[in-house]
Ligand binder design. Structure first.
Ligand SMILES: [Zn+2]
Ligand SMILES: [Zn+2]
Length: 305
């Protein structure tokens, strides 16, 4: 008999099938459906390191390719042509396939090794993975904080890898597509995957190191939303209902497409704040505003003299 983690009152016989384990855990009062599935999964796997590693690997694959699929269909549907940011520039099937192969290679060869260290690190710094989950409001607050922290990390390091040799040897790969598409979100050099990926995976770990208050389920929600943000930003489509029309600081596809189109400016990932404040916005409008600003500054100086 083995005891279910975090559920002191329940004993589970060993060598049970998943549905038998779920059948026992189902009876525990006060747990919702997702908490019961989560607890049953960890009990069934009977190896927390393997369970967490597999969970995050599958979460990444399912959410990444699952989110890319609708964009692939939209690209092949003439109705959506009017919403394309760079009209008439479509990735060919061959390009999409090449990109998919490269992303999969990176998932299997770059990510598959460190992912097994994820659970031991989480345990060491006190990321909890028992049930029940934290409240929805706590999850929402922490995920929002991670969005802002990741955005700052991404802005500076992305801006950094646009310089000289860093661009030539690392970031150039990601800029192969001047008109991006969903699958291209993670098309990048392994060093870039590690560096910018730290903003997504490392920030929650550092956060928990200082606060000692984070649940693994919150990290799952955060990684899923961050993946959606990155894929949507590369989608190449701008709709009247796109989020940035309602949440003005949200970057969206419009923002990142300009980055790929002009190869310069708009370095942040989720928000428009850093590029606005530090005057690194990309595109014609931003360029004109910058030029007008510099002109009026020069005129002011000239009249003073
Ligand atoms: Zn770039
Ligand atoms: Zn990009």
């Amino acid at each position: 008999m083995s005891q279910v983690f975090g559920l002191n009152s329940v004993d589970i016989p060993s060598k049970e099938t998943f549905s038998q384990i779920y059948g026992t855990i189902k009876e525990v009062p006060g747990l919702n459906f997702f908490e019961k599935i989560w607890a049953s999964y960890y009990v069934y796997m009977d190896n927390d390191i393997f369970a967490t590693g597999l969970l995050f690997f599958l979460l990444h694959e399912v959410m990444y390719f699952g989110r890319c699929l609708p964009w692939y269909i939209i690209d092949r549907t003439p109705y959506f042509k009017k919403y394309k940011i760079q009209p008439n520039v479509y990735p060919s099937d061959k390009e999409q396939w090449e990109c998919t192969k490269s992303v999969l290679k990176s998932h299997f060869f770059v990510e598959a090794f460190p992912i097994w260290f994820f659970h031991p690190i989480c345990e060491k710094i006190g990321v909890s993975y028992d049930v029940p989950f934290p409240s929805l409001s706590k999850i929402a607050i922490q995920v929002t904080i991670f969005f802002f922290l990741e955005d700052a990390w991404h802005y500076w390091f992305h801006r950094g890898i646009h310089y000289g040799a860093f661009y030539r040897y690392i970031h150039k790969q990601h800029h192969r597509y001047a008109a991006p598409f969903g699958l291209a979100a993670e098309y990048a050099h392994p060093i870039e995957v590690m560096l910018l990926g730290f903003g997504t995976v490392g920030i929650p770990i550092v956060w928990c190191y200082f606060t000692r208050d984070l649940h693994l389920f919150t990290i799952c929600i955060w990684i899923t939303l961050r993946l959606f943000q990155a894929i949507d930003a590369h989608s190449g489509y701008e709709f009247p209902i796109s989020l940035h029309h309602f949440l003005f600081i949200w970057a969206g596809a419009d923002h990142h497409d300009e980055h790929h189109h002009h190869f310069i400016g708009n370095y942040a990932s989720s928000f428009r704040l850093w590029d606005y404040i530090l005057d690194t916005e990309a595109g014609e409008t931003a360029k004109n505003t910058r030029e007008n600003k510099n002109k009026s500054k020069a005129e002011k100086v000239a009249t003073k003299n």
